[in-house]
Ligand binder design. Structure first.
Ligand SMILES: NC(=O)c1ccc[n+]([C@@H]2O[C@H](COP(=O)([O-])OP(=O)(O)OC[C@H]3O[C@@H](n4cnc5c(N)ncnc54)[C@H](OP(=O)(O)O)[C@@H]3O)[C@@H](O)[C@H]2O)c1
Length: 345
């Protein structure tokens, strides 16, 4: 840890553990959950690396997390932020191979220190060395959404038939639409803004339905009779989602992977699970990473980087925030929904 400062700027979580609420990834004021501070630069332990931040991204999972509503507990006083891109500047035992490399990372593992800080601490296994032709901004959103897109479109490809994608204007939705097109999988995109229809069709969606249309369920039923979608990749998971699932054919799978709205759906057609072999399930990238063989993950990571390097995929940026402005500016920055908020040191 020579030539490194003793302290760093960081955005810390002020809550601890779980909150017991389920209010969704929206915040009115980041100071309800975060504070700026200067804290000691963390020291990597065995198998860990210290990453000097270039760019961090803000994902819905970060917002669920700082609110105490994610799949793991908060640790009060620890920097927030899961995902980013930076340079490995110190390594614990067994992690030397990454020294000096520019990596995409997710801050994870015991004792990790989050990405919304000048330095992040994570397990070496949570870092992916970046090709030089992948930009820092694309590098900062290289893991969570792209790997999820690859894994979930793989589910659709194996199931055969068309796929339904909700919240399709999200970064992940757009990645999945273009990937589905490249793989020849017809896609039905669901959006809540009519101005998103043309751009998503241009990206490759076969049908784009607007959820605020009063007859959207009837529109979907007609499209479903033609395209016969088998997999519904759903980030909204509300009552409309349930109605979409109800109008899918025999054997359809409703894969809930996000909860962008807090309302809970009511199941109205339990018989379809029995008589039509329909299934409701979840997807979480963390579980995919724990259960997918390393060599398969490496192949997927290589394909992800190739797609960003040659321009088939890109990260749309809605706003850039310096670390110093995260607490005061995050809630406003998140109002621009057509792209990611990114954070720079
Ligand atoms: N399970 C997993 O492992 C996993 C992994 C990665 C991501 N995710 C989930 O995937 C989802 C998308 O993530 P992201 O990073 O791609 O999001 P993002 O780019 O940050 O954007 C969120 C998008 O959601 C849209 N949206 C919000 N509420 C909506 C609603 N009720 N109906 C339709 N659209 C709505 C917004 O659309 P407008 O443009 O209309 O405002 C916005 O474009 C999130 O729920 C996230 O938690 C899950």
């Amino acid at each position: 840890m020579t030539n490194l400062p003793q302290t760093m700027k960081a955005v810390l979580q002020t809550g601890d553990g779980y909150s017991g609420t389920a209010t969704g990834p929206a915040i009115a004021d980041a100071s309800d959950y975060l504070e700026s501070a200067t804290i000691p630069v963390p020291v990597p332990g065995k198998g860990q690396v210290l990453v000097r931040l270039r760019v961090a991204s803000v994902n819905p999972s970060d917002l669920h997390f700082i609110k105490g509503e994610y799949g793991q507990p908060r640790i009060k006083g620890t920097p927030a932020g899961f995902e980013g891109c930076g340079d490995v500047v110190a390594c614990g035992d067994g992690a030397d191979a990454l020294m000096g490399q520019r990596v995409a990372f997710v801050a994870g593992g015991p004792g990790a220190s989050g990405a919304w800080a000048e330095y992040a601490l994570t397990d070496a296994s949570m870092c992916i060395p970046l090709r030089p032709d992948v930009s820092d901004e694309d590098g900062s959103a290289q893991i969570v959404n792209p790997l999820t897109a690859m894994a979930m479109i793989d589910i659709a490809e194996k199931a055969g038939g068309a796929v339904v994608i909700s919240a399709a204007t999200s970064q992940l939705g757009k990645l999945m639409i273009s990937l589905a097109k490249d793989k020849g999988i017809p896609s039905i995109a669901m959006v809540r803004r009519s101005d998103a229809v043309a751009p998503l069709k241009a990206l490759g969606a076969d049908e784009v339905l607007v959820t605020t249309d009063t007859d959207v369920v009837e529109q979907f039923a007609a499209v479903s009779r033609t395209l016969k979608p088998i997999v519904f990749l759903d980030a909204v998971s509300d009552q409309l989602s349930e109605q979409i699932f109800v109008h899918m054919p025999n054997g359809a799978r409703w894969v809930s992977y996000g909860k962008l709205v807090p309302d809970l759906p009511k199941l109205t057609q339990m018989g379809q699970l029995i008589f039509m072999s329909k299934r409701i399930e979840g997807f979480w990238l963390t579980r995919w990473m724990m259960t997918t063989p390393r060599e398969d993950q490496a192949r997927v990571v290589g394909e992800v980087q190739a797609r960003f390097a040659d321009g088939r995929w890109k990260t749309d940026i809605a706003a850039r925030l310096p670390l110093n402005d995260v607490v005061s500016g995050l809630a406003d920055a998140l109002k621009k929904t057509d792209g990611k908020v990114i954070i720079t040191p």
